[in-house]
Design a protein around this ligand. Structure first.
Ligand code: IVH
Length: 669
């Protein structure tokens, strides 16, 4: 073997080992810095010798910024759910049912029920080949690239004795500390918060950009092995084997031999789960023997050989003092219950979410009521009921407000069809909406203006210095250096940063404007499709929906935006201040329509560019990259070592197979 390849292989296996020790065993042998140095060395070798690329190399865990929609994959074995129980008695009923059906000795395995999002992984010849979400249980999204960024999952198995092909299922989780940090960042960016780590984990897995997924530090616990030739008839033993192959298997798993042991297990974890680094919402009990599992079988929705026992959400009773209302950037109005402080799962709760008008109505809430507050997996506590027996004197009935709660606004609220929330429609005159839009405009992914946080926006707005996004460009050092908490240095920083923002490319300016439903990806699509703001302004609904992935809802919102006088005035001002309102010639020269409308599948390994680079080349030239071959595929971009099955399929469908060189010729000017 060539010495470079040997070096690459050694580095890969060392990095895999260190990864495992760090993320699975929690017992690193080398410093983070040494790890990074090794990783960098490997990355450099792989860049230099692309012929040795390997999709399962440890360098591939960093993700890519290529956008793609997920391929649907049908589960080989459907992903069922478990029937839930809430009391020890119901668990005991389950035990008796199993006992009577089997009529022979059996063991139960007790496990924690992890509260994340479930995933099914397929391994072939010891390599991770596919990761699919639960979806509807029958088919789910192929999220392999995103899952590869989870450091505690082996891309290449360790040890021996694993079946040639098998599936393993488990839960992808966001640890509490990562979740809290993420929400703090989101709060600072005025992005909507995740209600709990489960939503954060599933939201993260569905992100289009796997490098963002990598930054979110997900973890995964595995709890179910499926396949034709598993090592043992025992579920417990199989998971022990899986542990030896490098998977993270919970240490909480126990074999239990009686109802007494089951009850002890419940009592123990009811208390001790609070010390775990990840969220759990119950316990799962499974019959250990696979043969016995088979005999017990399934109902339509869930196995008869397993049951979930759900932990009681923690609940407290306290007094409702008043209801306040908050207006967000989009104008949505959220009701908040203000309570007598009460201790709940270790924190003092003073405020709780009331969700929407319908929920207030169904609770028949009155001021002064004693209410039940719950904090389940949610970070924001919620009101779940009223103790009507404690209602000695009835207070005023809580009615959802009909006008905007902002004193300066007071506009009648509206409710859009199909939505539970009420909105303040006064987009251009309602202070929290304006401030929210200013904060969005300056945020990192938009104009990236530094030195201005929520409080400074508030201050500038209060003083009337910045009443809309265009006013930012009129700020002067002398004028703001005198203000409270600012000084010469931060004032200069703000003004410089505002000045620098005029070089921000058009697609980000378009995102920064905060047009409803126009997120980062949509802004990019629109920017390249229309090239400048005037063309976009004059676009008809038909022209807008003709753009890939732009639907009616977005099209109508864009049209509405450009109809508004305030917006047009503001755009004129921003143009005068020198912001980018068209795609630059450099950006444009990188984009052509040579592959316009062509769907291209990439397969194999390449010499001139990496697969990721080919993906972005396809997109840059107006083509679309998909991962599987179908009747819609126009070209198969084939490298070396391509799977024979793919080649066969492409031939059968009469798809044109092109080499790297042919592809590069196609996009050449
Ligand atoms: S076993 C056929 N074990 O709970 C049974 N599930 O309602 C397969 N879950 O979708 C599931 N921890 O996402 C199993 N230790 C555990 C679990 C677990 C969490 C989740 C899983 C599943 C849901 C069942």
């Amino acid at each position: 073997m060539d010495t470079t390849l040997e070096k690459i292989k050694t580095l890969r296996s060392q990095l895999n080992e260190h990864n495992y020790r760090y993320y699975v065993l929690n017992a690193p042998l080398i410093s983070d810095m040494d790890f990074d140095l090794m990783m960098r060395e490997l990355q450099e070798l792989e860049n230099q010798y692309p012929q040795y690329a390997d999709p399962n190399s440890p360098t591939q865990r960093v993700g890519s910024d290529i956008n793609k929609s997920f391929k649907q994959v049908v589960h080989k074995y459907p992903m069922l759910s478990l029937s839930n129980t809430y009391t020890v008695e119901e668990v005991s009923d389950f035990y008796t049912r199993v006992e009577e059906s089997l009529n022979t000795a059996f063991q139960i395995v007790g496990e924690l029920k992890y509260d994340g999002t479930s995933i099914s992984l397929t391994y072939v010849d010891g390599k991770l080949v596919r990761a699919v979400t639960r979806g509807d249980g029958t088919q789910g999204d192929d999220v392999t690239d995103n899952v590869k960024t989870i450091r505690s999952l082996p891309l290449q198995l360790r040890g021996s004795g694993y079946p040639r092909e098998f599936e393993i299922r488990g839960e992808v989780l966001m640890p509490w500390n990562v979740f809290e940090r993420l929400n703090q960042e989101r709060e600072a960016q005025e992005e909507p918060l995740f209600a709990n780590p489960r939503n954060a984990a599933s939201g993260t897995l569905k992100l289009q950009n796997s490098s963002v997924v990598a930054s979110r530090q997900l973890d995964a616990y595995l709890y179910y092995l499926l396949g034709d030739d598993l090592p043992s008839d025992s579920h417990y033993e199989n998971l022990q084997a899986a542990r030896s192959w490098g998977f993270k298997i919970s240490d909480a798993m126990r074999r239990l031999n009686s109802l007494n042991e089951i009850n002890d297990f419940i009592r123990f974890w009811d208390v001790n789960r609070k010390t775990l680094p990840v969220a759990t919402d119950g316990i799962v009990f499974k019959v250990d023997s696979l043969l016995q599992q088979k005999n017990l079988g399934y109902t339509a929705k869930s196995p008869r050989w397993a049951i979930a026992y759900k932990f009681q959400a923690e609940r407290a009773e306290t007094r409702l003092n008043y209801v306040s209302y908050q207006v967000g950037r989009t104008g949505a109005v959220t009701p908040v219950a203000n309570l007598d402080p009460v201790l709940l799962s270790g924190t003092t709760v003073k405020r709780a979410s009331l969700h929407n008008a319908d929920i207030i109505e169904s609770l028949d809430l009155h001021i002064g009521d004693m209410v039940y507050v719950e904090k389940g997996g949610e970070i924001i506590p919620k009101i779940v009921g009223v103790n009507t027996e404690a209602r000695f004197m009835i207070g005023e009935k809580v009615r959802f407000i009909s006008r905007c709660p902002e004193p300066e606004c007071n506009t009648p609220l509206v409710r859009y069809e199909g939505e539970a929330a009420y909105y303040c429609p006064n987009e251009t005159g309602c202070p929290p909406q304006i401030k929210g839009r200013i904060e969005h405009f300056i945020s990192r992914r938009a104009m990236n203006i530094e030195g201005i946080g929520t409080e400074t926006v508030d201050l500038f707005f209060r003083l009337g210095i910045v009443k809309n996004i265009a006013d930012l460009y009129t700020l002067e050092v002398s004028q703001i250096a005198r203000l409270e908490r600012l000084g010469e240095k931060s004032a200069r920083n703000i003004v410089d940063s505002v000045a620098n923002s005029v070089t921000v490319p058009f697609e980000r300016v378009l995102f920064a404007l905060g047009i409803r439903f126009v997120g980062e990806t949509t802004a990019k699509k629109l920017a390249y499709a229309f090239k400048n703001i005037d063309a976009l302004k004059n676009a008809t609904e038909e022209e807008l929906v003709a753009v890939d992935e732009i639907g009616d809802k977005i099209a109508q919102s864009v049209i509405r935006y450009f109809k508004d006088e305030h917006n047009l005035e503001q755009l004129e001002r921003l143009k005068q201040y020198g912001l980018q309102f068209e795609i630059s010639p450099e950006q444009l020269s990188l984009h052509t329509d040579r592959l316009q409308g062509a769907t291209i599948v990439i397969s194999g390994t390449f010499i001139h560019h990496s697969r990721e680079e080919y993906k972005s080349l396809i997109e840059r030239h107006g083509g679309k990259n998909t991962s599987s071959i179908s009747g819609k595929t126009c070209y198969l971009l084939a490298g070396s070592n391509m799977g024979p099955a793919k080649l066969e399929k492409a031939r059968k469908l009469g798809i044109q197979i092109i080499s790297e060189d042919e592809f590069l010729k196609m996009i050449e000017s």
